[in-house]
Design a binder for this molecule. Structure first.
Ligand code: ACO
Length: 324
């Protein structure tokens, strides 16, 4: 017998304002055709003025707690994965804790950019398995619209704002790959690639917020290789093959990256949850947003085996395998 982290709730929140490619083309030198062909993105949600990462995160968390039928006061761990915190400090998680009415336990942020949700899920799973927490809310929330250089067509067309959350609860299982809950997580980073995808500001280096900068081609090249490797690692650690996976819930950066990874691994695209066309890249929020969508529309069912994977700035990358 062993403790596993069951996924007992999923939730999401998207700002109401939708910006289409055509609207972007009115202010930067781009076109709907270029963006759709190179990325699959058709539109993105953008937070309203005064609507911050903590607002998105709190809405997604409450949505997930509602599905789990768990009261905020019963949560003892809250983690927000974000690269766009409300303030430099305190942690956005502390604001979310206050907003949702979580009165005990502990809350903190994790920074691993687009891999942030996988990192946060892994940390929460380890707290639960060690017995230091029983009920955890894990959130990915971003307002990337605030750190984009809206004059740089190579980056500003790629990102959007949003938040997703899951509720984890410790439960005893017999051990093995037929258990429910998180079965494994694998994390990686390689700081040699720090400058390929970064924000050129920050409190210590420049006392400014800065803007996102990216060597798109280099990131693309590494993404397809690293994601395929981390998926193979997760399958082999659990004695599984690609055919055992019901749904891949990938980080949504670019449809071509998803197709490249699927092809490398022999996964049919029909078993990948794809939201990038409507959400664009929402960094740490993209996996829990996609998960919440596929659970709420009935594609993902109880007992399904899910493989979550992501890659982001740092570079960071990782996977989580879970039976829903
Ligand atoms: N509209 C029109 N033309 C554009 C645009 C745009 N929005 N952006 C770039 N171009 C132009 C370039 O200026 C260039 O023109 P040139 O040939 O005259 O110099 C041409 O298009 C080709 O540019 P590339 O950057 O070589 O285009 P590429 O095919 O590599 O596509 C893209 C760019 C979409 C950014 C791609 O490299 C990519 O998806 N990379 C992965 C990056 C990513 O997804 N990062 C997300 C964060 S990391 C993660 O989440 C995994």
């Amino acid at each position: 017998m062993m403790l596993r982290s069951h996924i007992v709730g999923c939730g999401s929140y998207l700002p109401s304002r939708i910006v289409t490619n055509r609207e972007l083309a009115a202010t930067v030198d781009t076109s709907d055709d270029w963006i759709v062909e190179r990325t699959g993105i058709r539109q993105r949600h953008i937070a309203a003025e005064g609507e911050n990462t903590s607002d998105l995160a709190a809405a997604a968390a409450l949505n997930a707690l509602e599905m789990a039928e768990i009261k905020p006061a019963d949560v003892d761990l809250l983690i927000v994965a974000t690269a766009t915190p409300d303030n430099t400090f305190p942690a956005t998680a502390a604001r979310v804790q206050q907003r949702i009415g979580m009165t005990g336990g502990f809350a903190f942020d994790i920074q691993a950019v687009c891999s942030g949700f996988i990192y946060a899920l892994s940390v929460a799973d380890n707290f639960i398995k060690s017995g230091q927490a029983r009920t955890a809310v894990v959130i990915g929330a971003e307002t990337f619209s605030r750190i984009l250089d809206w004059t740089d067509r190579g980056t500003c067309v790629l990102f959007g704002d949003g938040a997703g959350a899951v509720v984890l609860r410790g439960a005893m299982e017999k051990g093995g790959n037929t258990d429910r809950g998180v079965l494994s997580t694998h994390l990686h980073s390689d700081g040699r690639h720090y400058d390929l995808l970064k924000v050129d500001g920050g409190p210590s280096s420049s006392q400014t917020v800065g803007h996102l900068r990216m060597e798109g081609r280099e990131v693309f090249r590494h993404a397809v290789v690293n994601l395929a490797e981390v998926v193979r690692e997760a399958l082999s650690a659990n004695d599984l093959t690609a055919a055992d996976i019901d749904w891949v819930v990938p980080h949504q950066a670019n449809r071509r990256i998803l197709e490249g990874t699927a092809k490398k691994l022999g996964f049919p695209m029909e078993r990948m949850v794809v939201t990038v066309e409507r959400h664009a890249n929402t960094s740490a929020a993209s996996i829990p947003l996609a998960l919440a969508e596929a659970v709420s529309d009935g594609r993902i069912k109880r007992g399904d085996l899910l493989l979550l994977e992501a890659m982001g700035g740092g570079f960071t990358w990782g996977s989580a395998l879970a039976r829903f």
